[in-house]
Design a protein around this ligand. Structure first.
Ligand code: ZN
Length: 150
């Protein structure tokens, strides 16, 4: 698979028409991330109902891999708990590292568009940027919440 082939039709479709693109006011989680060696930026917003993701949006700029991956991620998070969201990130990271095959499950069928990316470590970081950014936001939110509870 060549680098060019990483830009599959699914990736390009999400890149050209990103889903859930825009800022979210009064978000419970607002997390920014950058991948400097490619020049990608994302900011992920999440509104929660207890532990459940009620609304999720993102803004960003950068290559097709980073932005399409952010778009696909936001499609999957609504209705998930924060723990489930973190689990998705862990699984996706493993697939992007080449440690695990993409399963034919509802969550990962479309994400299999990133199957060949693990051969290009710098580009893998494009594809995981939004996910890691979301993960950081969730971890920070949980830490703050636990701090406030005690
Ligand atoms: Zn990139």
């Amino acid at each position: 698979m060549s680098l060019h082939e990483l830009y599959s039709p699914v990736v390009l479709a999400h890149y050209r028409k990103p889903h859930n693109f825009g800022e979210l006011e009064h978000a419970d989680i607002d997390s920014k991330g950058t991948h400097k060696s490619c020049g990608d930026d994302v900011e992920v917003f999440m509104k929660l109902d207890g532990e459940v993701v009620q609304e999720v949006k993102f803004v960003g700029r950068g290559c097709a891999l980073s932005q399409s991956s952010a778009s696909m991620m936001t499609d999957r998070l609504r209705g998930k708990t924060l723990s489930e969201a973190l689990e998705l990130v862990r699984e996706f990271n493993k697939m992007l590292n080449g440690e695990k095959e993409f399963p034919d499950s509802e969550d990962f069928r479309e994400l299999a568009a990133f199957k060949g990316v693990h051969k290009y470590p710098v580009r893998s970081m494009c594809a995981t940027l939004a996910w890691v950014t979301m993960e950081n936001g969730v971890i920070e939110y949980k830490a703050q919440k636990n701090g406030a509870d005690t």
